[in-house]
Design a protein around this ligand. Structure first.
Ligand code: HXC
Length: 262
């Protein structure tokens, strides 16, 4: 499907491919307006529904992953408009519906809503050039797409408060130390590294991949005992899949597993 502000493509050699989504509004630092978010939601759901896709990588362009919600688009909103339209819920929460893994590959600025979108992904791989921040306070608002909730879960209260209250940016090295990103790589290795990670996931059994994602997400939604019970049931359920038999048989007969993904 053609998009105005996104480029999409498919990568990988195996039966399951990686769907790559590139935000492409570089003159505005990929500022996220309604159209960008509508297109992003549509692209995410299209890849999620595509049986040939096993993993999704989301990245930016040039100097930015995304420098936040589009300030020009929202500067004249008033409380009634924001409240009545439930500003952001309609098209900013689509990524939560995606059941396949989503990797954010971040180079340059990931600020405000851009940082929030990156944190909605399952994990973040950063280029050395990445800069994360929640500068909303500097334009008179607060984060509105999860920044005050996901950032403390990722980096703890001290750093989250520091970033949300001062609006300062965190570089890639600090983000890795703090646990916000899983890996930091040279800028020219960002996409190859993210696509290789995605390709690894594409080579695994899709039922276990999707349930693994659900189980880890459950850790952030429930008390430990509920999360453990949920994990146990998912663990039991996977013994009902062909991929479990294939994976274990391949290990024991010293061959590469050929997962059927169903
Ligand atoms: C609209 C933006 C933008 C944004 C950059 N631009 N960020 N337009 N919304 N969030 C535009 C600039 O206006 C400028 O347009 C062009 O992109 C290039 O930006 P410059 O500022 O000239 O570039 P530079 O000096 O390199 O600085 C880069 C930057 C800075 C550090 C990323 O642009 C910046 O601080 N941006 C705003 C970051 C921010 O406050 N984000 C949070 C937004 S609130 P022209 O036309 O002049 O070339 C938010 C709330 C989310 O995200 C809540 C959920 C919805």
């Amino acid at each position: 499907m053609p998009y105005e502000y996104l480029l999409t493509s498919e990568h990988g050699e195996g039966p399951l491919k990686t769907g790559l989504i590139q935000l492409n509004r570089p003159k505005q630092m990929n500022a996220l307006n309604d159209q960008v978010m509508d297109e992003l939601g549509a692209a995410l759901l299209a890849f999620d529904e595509d049986e040939n896709i096993g993993c999704i990588v989301l990245t930016g362009t040039g100097k930015a992953f995304a420098a936040g919600a589009d300030i020009a688009a929202m500067k004249d909103y008033d409380f009634m408009h924001a409240c009545k339209t439930n500003f952001i819920s309609r098209n900013w929460e689509t990524m939560r519906q995606v059941r396949k893994p989503v990797i954010a590959a971040v180079a340059g600025y990931a600020l405000g809503g851009g940082s929030e979108v990156a944190m909605m992904a399952d994990f973040i791989i950063a280029a050395e050039t990445a800069k994360f921040g929640q500068p909303e306070i500097t334009v008179g608002i607060v984060p509105g797409a999860g920044g005050t909730q996901r950032l403390p879960r990722a980096v703890g209260k001290a750093k989250a408060m520091d970033m949300v209250l001062t609006g300062r940016m965190m570089d890639a090295a600090e983000a890795e130390r703090a646990g916000l990103v899983s890996r930091v790589v040279a800028a020219d290795q960002l996409l190859p590294e993210a696509l290789a990670a995605a390709d690894t996931i594409c080579g695994l059994g899709m039922p276990s991949v999707m349930l693994a994602k659900e189980c880890v997400n459950r850790a952030f939604e429930s008390p430990l005992s509920d999360g453990l019970a949920y994990e146990r049931r998912m663990f039991h359920a996977l013994f009902g899949t062909e991929d479990q038999r294939e994976g274990m048989d391949a290990f024991l007969t010293k061959r590469t597993p050929q997962f059927k993904h169903r």
